[in-house]
Design a protein around this ligand. Structure first.
Ligand code: F6R
Length: 239
C-alpha cells in the first residue's frame, strides 16, 4: 500500500486530481470508477476546474459508480446519480451515454447486478476512487463474516445510516443499496482511496495494520498490487 499523508483535504484533492488528469491525458478513453460521499468532493472540484481551464478533456472516458440507493428515484437530490451530476458530470464534458450506475430501482436486483458486472468486465476499470466508512466499508460492502464477490443488494448497517442520514432532511434514508462487490472493486487496475478526519482513524488503522478480514472490508486492499491511500493527519493518526 502506498500511503500519502497531507495537511488538509485541498492538498489531497490537488494530488489525487493531478494523478487522474495525468492518467486521462495519457489514455483519453480511460475507464474511471467513482465514489460519492464527502471525501472525493474537493477532488471533483479540482477536476472540474482543470476542465474549465482546458487542462484536460473527459469526452472519451467511461465511468462506473460504486453504488446507488434502492427505492429512491434517480431524480431525488440524494440519489448518487444526482450527486455525481451536481458535483462532477454536469461540470465536465463526459458523455452521458458513457456514465454507468447501478439502477437501485430495478425490479430484479440480481439481474441488474449481473448486467453491471458484465459491463464492468467488458471495460475493466483503470482507476477506482474509494472512500471508506467509519466501520471500514468500501462501496457499501459492510462488515460481514465473508467477503462479497460481484455487485449485490445490501442492507445498510446502523453505522452507515447514522453517517449518511444527515443528508436526508425530510424523507428517511433508504435502508438498502446496490453496490459493487469486493471482487469487482479489486479487479480495478489501480485503486485510490481518500480519507480525512478523526472519525476514520480506526478504519484506517484496521485497513493498513489489521488482519485481512471481512469484518473490516477495506483490509482486503492489502492484497491489491497498486493502491494509493491519501490521508490527512487526523485520519492517519493511529498509523
Ligand atoms: C460512496 C461509498 C462509500 C463512501 C464512504 C465514505 O459511493 O461507496 O463507501 O465512500 O461511506 O463516505 P464519506 O466520504 O462521506 O465519509
Amino acid at each position: 500500500m502506498n500511503i500519502h499523508i497531507y495537511d488538509n483535504a485541498e492538498q489531497i484533492a490537488k494530488a489525487v486530481g493531478t494523478m487522474i488528469i495525468n492518467a486521462v491525458n495519457e489514455k483519453p478513453d480511460i475507464t474511471l470508477g467513482f465514489a460519492t460521499g464527502a471525501s472525493p468532493v474537493p477532488t471533483y472540484n479540482f477536476l472540474s476546474k482543470a476542465y474549465e481551464d482546458k487542462k484536460v478533456s473527459f469526452k472519451d472516458i467511461t465511468t462506473f459508480n460504486l453504488d446507488e440507493y434502492c427505492d429512491l428515484p434517480k431524480s431525488d437530490k440524494n440519489s448518487y446519480y444526482s450527486f455525481m451530476h451536481q458535483n462532477l458530470f454536469d461540470r465536465i464534458d463526459v458523455k452521458e451515454e458513457n456514465v454507468n450506475f447501478l439502477n437501485g430501482n430495478a425490479v430484479d436486483a440480481e439481474e441488474e447486478c449481473r448486467r453491471y458486472d458484465a459491463l464492468i468486465d467488458s471495460k475493466r476499470i483503470d482507476i477506482q476512487l474509494l472512500g471508506v466508512g467509519r466501520n471500514g466499508h468500501i462501496g457499501f460492502n459492510e462488515p460481514a463474516n465473508k467477503f462479497t464477490k460481484g455487485s449485490f443488494k445490501v442492507r445498510l448497517t446502523q453505522s452507515t445510516i447514522d453517517a449518511n442520514s444527515v443528508y436526508f432532511d425530510e424523507n428517511p434514508m433508504p435502508r438498502y443499496a446496490l453496490t459493487m462487490g469486493t471482487v469487482s472493486i479489486m479487479k480495478s487496475k489501480q485503486i485510490i482511496m481518500i480519507a480525512t478526519g478523526k472519525s476514520k482513524q480506526d478504519a484506517i488503522y484496521g485497513m493498513v495494520h489489521g488482519d485481512i478480514t471481512p469484518s473490516c472490508p477495506a483490509s482486503v486492499l492489502q492484497l491489491h498490487p497498486d493502491v494509493h491511500i491519501f490521508l490527512d493527519r487526523e485520519a492517519a493518526q493511529r498509523l
